[in-house]
Design a protein around this ligand. Structure first.
Ligand code: GCW
Length: 621
């Protein structure tokens, strides 16, 4: 039987699916360039020269093509050169170098093969509680990441479930080392997630970070991990968060817990990434004082200067939890004496689950427009990949991974540019049209799901589909507080005080409903339905209008896709069409459920006389 390789070309249609030959990034670059130029029908010679030490490169075309750069730089340069030639674009002038030294991808894979918040199949790394991967597929995965400059991955879930807690032991390290061996060829290094309570599971009496035996235990784990993977980056930890153990379990502080792990890694130059997703998930919904988005700043900001220099605090882009629209996390502006990593989420947990289209680069632009990129030293994103043949379930969701790679490389978000580049590479006959569809997608989705900064009106657990009170009376701290008169949470200085965590100008903007951006109005303020918006409409009318418009635009996206028939490979076209059909239905559902919810509370009819709420269902065709 003919072997059909799994894992499509993604945005690299000019590279063969077979494994490139080579034992180093330099040799891989040679092989990729040779094959790529051949497939592009370019007969010029390409010379690669290793100069320098890092990720930087320089491209030139003076009769011959030239790629010069550091040992990994030549690989990035080769992929970049091929993509430019494919798109007929100009070569960049001067040396190209990345903004962030580590451009990471965090998978949330479990060892049984399931992926937490995964919408594209099963794990690429684990199966049946074992490390288990398809070598060819990992080569293609690594190539895809390297082609956009991603150079670090953590394969395992931050919610470490057994037996993953034992990944950093002799039982699994030899297999993990084989994975690292492939990734290394593409300049990619590994991080592993660890469970704070591992000492207990391993038979120690405690996992108290100040206990001598516990310290020794972690030093041994670090030593053994580096023995198998000499270029290992370090550990990633979710502690004292959503049922995970952590220093609090032992009456210790987060610097005490994090520094202890960091010290175990220190002799090898290792780093400890410590997530700041720490809040009380056992909140009483009746309590108006405790406000989840305030939690991370309140906990960590006073700890500036107490973390060792190889500890990096990993902070989500917003203060709540990857909602459709959130303000930038105030913690990202704080703690000047502490290293920080920005965490984005490619997995579309709250943004359509890779059924509905949502191009995320626009969301990240919100972050970078307020936060200068050098406020953080590292960047990471939760992966949207799985073993589906097209990697991301929705083919167009590949654009998010691509755009993330570019964002991490350049340290800025340029949604238009990245969408166009991706679309021209993936769909050369319809680049502009596809880019345009991508660029419209987040606004459309936001309108029918969650306009004005309202979040969490989703079904509990799955986080998909409308359920306005799904998280309203729960312990998760996720409230919109809608009643007959008003909706939203007052997070201003007069309310829970979240706005006071921001630096001056930003604080002033968020604190005053008159200048707070519409898109965040109900995130920061509690307002009556009759509140007159800057555009003259009332708040309730804006809620109705946005939902109707969003549902209508979802239909239009599907129609626009249909015009591309013949310009997109048939199977991709059909697969995406199916998703657009589902999105259209989802959008209608969101619109009707949320508008009915607000109509029933407020009793205010739609000024445009559209039908809200129960009506005769459409007759079956
Ligand atoms: O958004 C929540 C998700 C959890 C996730 C958690 C986190 C890995 O619903 O599935 O757990 O965030 O970021 O730790």
């Amino acid at each position: 039987m003919k072997h059909t390789p799994k894992g499509t070309h993604a945005w690299l249609p000019y590279l063969p699916l077979s494994i490139p030959q080579g034992r180093s990034p330099f040799e891989i670059a040679q092989s990729e360039l040779r094959e790529g130029l051949k497939a592009l029908g370019i007969s010029k010679e390409a010379k690669i020269e290793v100069l320098g030490t890092g990720d930087e490169y320089e491209l030139s075309d003076t009769g011959d093509l030239q790629v010069r750069g550091g040992p990994t730089g030549v690989l990035y340069g080769s992929y970049h050169l091929l993509s430019l030639l494919k798109r007929g674009a100009e070569l960049p002038k001067g040396v190209v170098r990345p903004f962030y030294p580590l451009r990471m991808l965090n998978h949330w894979d479990n060892m049984d093969g399931e992926i937490e918040r995964g919408y594209a199949g099963r794990s690429l790394f684990f199966r049946g509680n074992k490390v288990s991967f398809d070598r060819e597929r990992i080569h293609r995965y690594a190539r895809m990441l390297a082609s956009v400059g991603i150079n670090a991955v953590s394969p395992g879930n931050v919610n470490v479930k057994p037996p993953m807690d034992f990944l950093i032991t002799g039982k699994y390290l030899p297999e993990i080392a084989k994975l690292a061996d492939i990734l290394r060829l593409y300049g990619i290094r590994l991080l592993l997630t660890v469970e704070f309570n591992l000492p207990l599971a391993a038979g120690l009496a405690t996992a108290d970070p100040l206990d001598e035996n516990v310290m020794r235990f972690w030093r041994e784990r670090a030593e053994e991990t580096y023995r198998h993977i000499p270029d290992f980056i370090g550990f990633l930890v979710k502690a004292d968060s959503e049922h995970r153990a952590g220093p609090f379990s032992y009456g210790r502080t987060h610097p005490e817990g994090a520094n202890m792990l960091a010290q175990a890694l220190k002799p090898y130059g290792g780093k400890l990434f410590w997530r700041c997703f720490v809040y009380n998930h056992n909140q009483d919904w009746r309590d108006p004082e405790t406000d989840r988005p305030c939690a991370a700043f309140m906990h960590y900001a006073p700890l500036d200067g107490q973390f060792d220099d190889n500890v990096i605090l990993q902070i989500k882009n917003g203060p709540l939890d990857f909602q459709v629209r959130e303000p930038v996390s105030p913690l990202l502006f704080a703690m000047p004496g502490t290293k920080k990593a920005l965490e984005l989420q490619l997995a579309q947990e709250y943004t359509g689950q890779q059924v509905d289209l949502f191009y995320q680069a626009k969301q990240w632009q919100d972050v970078f427009s307020l936060l200068s990129a050098d406020r953080v030293q590292f960047i990471t994103a939760v992966s949207n990949l799985g073993d589906d043949p097209n990697w991301t379930g929705h083919d167009l969701a590949q654009a998010n991974l691509f755009a993330y790679g570019r964002t991490a490389w350049y340290g800025r978000s340029d949604p238009e540019q990245y969408a166009l580049e991706w679309a021209q590479l993936a769909f050369p006959c319809a680049g502009k049209e596809v880019a345009d569809i991508l660029l419209h997608s987040p606004d459309t989705y936001e309108k029918y799901v969650s306009p004005l900064g309202l979040g969490f009106m989703v079904n509990p657990n799955s986080h998909y589909g409308p359920s306005p009170d799904g998280y309203e009376y729960s312990s998760w701290g996720t409230y919109h507080r809608a009643d007959r008169e008003k909706v939203g949470v007052d997070r201003s200085a007069r309310g829970t005080g979240l706005t006071e965590q921001y630096p001056g100008e930003i604080r002033a903007m968020y604190d005053d409903p008159a200048i707070c951006p519409d898109k965040l109005l109900l995130f920061f303020h509690r307002l009556p339905y009759g509140h007159v918006m800057r555009d003259g409409r009332t708040l309730i009318q804006r809620i109705y209008d946005d939902h109707f418009e969003g549902a209508h635009e979802a239909k239009e996206l599907a129609l626009r896709w249909k015009t591309l028939k013949g310009l997109i490979p048939e199977d991709t076209f059909e697969r995406v069409l199916t998703r657009f059909d589902r999105q259209e239905k989802n959008a209608r559902e969101w619109c009707d459920v949320i508008n009915s919810f607000f109509f029933r509370f407020s009793g205010i009819p739609d000024a445009k006389g559209r039908k809200i709420g129960p009506s005769k269902p459409a007759a079956h065709p």
